[in-house]
Design a protein around this ligand. Structure first.
Ligand code: SF4
Length: 404
């Protein structure tokens, strides 16, 4: 079985480096203003250049999202940005541009015809005729709708020869991916402009028309009712089925998630995708347990295996649950131990784990901490540099996580 690409989110430069460090074959990133994750941090034209240089130096690929649904007033600024892409040096050109709107597709084909185009999941490709049409138009890859079953993906595979990509992990919408007005309606922030407030994750209450201001709680459980919030997608146990259906690229959702999340989820899917090289696919039971250690709302297989059962909605959790937060990043490893740049406070007695791509380390309690000069200390703060003993296999750029 051919091994699909692992495509990870890169909302910022730090997340981009983390994704590459933990084994992503490619990253996707957005330009401020034109990507569906306006809150992701995103890149400016200047920082995009640096980001693409880092990716290409690592021998990996970067795909640039221009996947908002533009209105007339957005067209001229998008045209300017596409023109700017044309002026980048060859090593700083993205490996593809991800679009949703056919007008943007046309602009790119006209202004910068050599750049490959991927059609975003926001375009909602749900059938082989749509897939074939995009192929005729010249798309290089289709990011299939998240609302498809694996059998439907196989049928699309049989109808086209271009690359197919699908999401394997992360948040999903209660609507057809992104085609949702909830956030615009309730918060005046349009999901299709990249400004979604995740209104589907809010806790809702009931108010009777004649009693304004009297909010009657609706309980699913003692914490309230999250009637619109689906669980997160997790396909780690079914990657062989998706690869067998002809998917070329597995995508992790989450450009607005933190470095901790991007590191851990990329690491686990790297291991899982590597395991596809040897048939039959051998699922490692630790993957799912490790995935649960990163923020999530409980897991579902989405529509891939058929319709969502009701149990796949997360009625009782509005915030993604997580046991661990990022504590620091290893900057160097020597005979003295690891030099760690802290990203939060850390103290003797804290329980930590090293997220190491080369080894599965369990957590342990810190018995001793040292400052950068090697003097013992009881605690250290965000942005301090500390020295600490580390298990074998820990290396530069590994993330340190603290149990909360
Ligand atoms: S409000 Fe929820 S369902 Fe709607 S676009 Fe945002 S995340 Fe998706």
């Amino acid at each position: 079985m051919s091994v699909p690409e692992l495509l990870a989110p890169a909302g910022t430069m730090e997340k981009l480096r983390a994704a590459l460090h933990y084994g992503a074959d490619a990253v996707y990133l957005g330009l401020t203003g034109f990507s569906l994750r306006a809150k992701a941090g995103n890149f400016t034209s200047a920082t995009l250049r640096d980001a693409l240089a880092v990716v290409h130096e690592a021998g990996k690929k970067a795909y640039l999202t221009i996947n908002i649904f533009p209105h007339n007033s957005d067209i001229a600024p998008i045209e300017r940005h596409i023109t700017e892409l044309k002026e980048l040096t060859p090593d700083a050109v993205p490996d593809a541009v991800i679009i949703s709107d056919i007008g943007v597709f046309d602009m790119i084909r006209t202004l910068i015809p050599d750049i490959p185009i991927h059609v975003s999941t926001q375009a909602n490709i749900t059938n082989y005729r749509a897939a074939r049409m995009w192929e005729h138009l010249g798309a290089k890859r289709l990011v299939l709708s998240r609302e498809l079953t694996i059998d439907e993906i196989r049928q699309i595979r049989d109808a086209v020869t271009i690359e197919l990509e699908c999401f394997v992990h992360g948040s999903i919408c209660i609507s057809y991916s992104g085609r949702c007005y909830l956030s615009s309606f309730l918060a005046n922030r349009g999901a299709n402009k990249g400004l979604c407030t995740n209104s589907c994750r809010w806790s809702y209450q009931l108010m009777e028309e004649k009693r304004p201001g009297e909010y009657m709680p609706v309980y699913e459980n003692s914490r309230g009712a999250y009637i619109l919030s689906p669980r997160d997608l997790c396909m780690v146990d079914y990657l062989d089925k998706l690869a067998g259906a002809g998917v070329d690229s597995f995508k992790i959702e989450g450009r607005t998630k933190g470095v901790n999340y991007v590191s851990g989820i990329t690491k686990i899917y790297r291991e899982a995708i590597d395991a596809l090289a040897t048939a039959p696919y051998k699922i490692n039971n630790t993957w799912r347990k490790e995935l649960e250690m990163f923020s999530n709302r409980g897991f579902t297989t989405g529509m891939y295996l058929g319709r969502h059962p009701d149990a796949d909605y997360s009625y009782d959790e509005t915030h993604a649950a997580t046991d661990y937060v990022i504590a620091g990043v290893v900057k160097a490893v020597s005979s003295r131990g690891a030099t760690v740049l802290l990203k939060g406070n850390l103290a003797v007695g804290d329980e930590i784990v090293f997220l190491s791509s080369s080894t599965h380390n369990g957590s342990f309690i810190i018995k001793e901490l040292k400052d950068a000069e090697g003097e013992p200390i009881a605690a250290a703060r965000n942005e301090d540099i500390i020295l600490m003993e580390v298990p074998d296999g820990v290396k530069k750029n590994d993330v340190v996580r603290r149990r909360v």
